[in-house]
Design a protein around this ligand. Structure first.
Ligand code: PRP
Length: 200
């Protein structure tokens, strides 16, 4: 009883700052089943490598790969495109590269969100130069209104409006990643640290 009460209180504390739920757990799960099925069909019989872009994509990767029924491997890259605030700077830094070469492999980049497109445009160029047999993108979320560079996205979970989203891997100043849903952050939370448009 006491443990349950503690868990409830802890959940309430974590959700301070969340304005509303944008995509709930049920909708996330249903869409991931569809995406996993489509990806499994596309890559059947092929040497598939999922490349997740840290850190925001970790929950998406973990759930998506459980919906992919064909054998595959995973690897990780880490990039940094923003400062501590809420807007994209357009500058992409590689913080962690892949562990192994990708030449001759079918590479699927797994992202949590596409905003300006700068991160993926840069990553696509970088990885294409390593001669994979194919190179495609799956993203959970897309903010098409914010796009600065054109990129082709093979699978998109949800197109969303330009609001600051957090949860299910996405953060604000490293917080909120553990929420099981995609939520919208209250504007007053980020308004003081960044006057620009919300990124999420
Ligand atoms: C986010 C997101 C993408 C990128 C998208 O990562 O995961 O990698 O920004 O923005 P863009 O389309 O404008 O380039 P972030 O740098 O916030 O790191 P994180 O995943 O570790 O939170």
């Amino acid at each position: 009883m006491a443990a349950n009460r503690e868990a409830d209180q802890s959940k309430r504390r974590l959700e301070v700052g969340v304005e509303r739920v944008l995509i709930d757990e049920v909708a996330l799960r249903a869409r991931l089943v569809e995406m996993g099925t489509a990806i499994s069909a596309e890559y059947v019989g092929k040497d598939l490598l999922l490349v997740a872009v840290l850190k925001g994509s970790v929950l998406f990767l973990a759930d998506l790969m459980r919906q992919i029924s064909i054998p595959h491997e995973i690897d990780f890259m880490a990039t940094s495109s923003y400062g501590a605030g809420a807007t994209s700077s357009g500058v992409v830094r590689i913080l962690k590269d892949l562990n192994k070469p990708i030449e001759g492999r079918h590479v699927l980049i797994v992202e949590d969100i596409i905003d300006s497109g700068n991160t993926l445009a840069y990553l696509m160029g970088l990885l294409a130069a390593r001669n994979p047999t194919s190179l495609q993108i799956v993203t959970l979320l897309d903010k098409p209104d914010r796009r600065e560079v054109d990129i082709h996205v093979a699978w998109t979970g949800f197109s969303i409006p330009n609001e600051f989203v957090i949860g299910y891997g996405l953060d604000y100043n490293e917080r909120y990643r553990n929420l099981p849903y995609i939520g919208v952050l209250k504007p007053e939370i980020y308004a003081q640290s960044d006057a620009g448009s919300p990124v999420g």
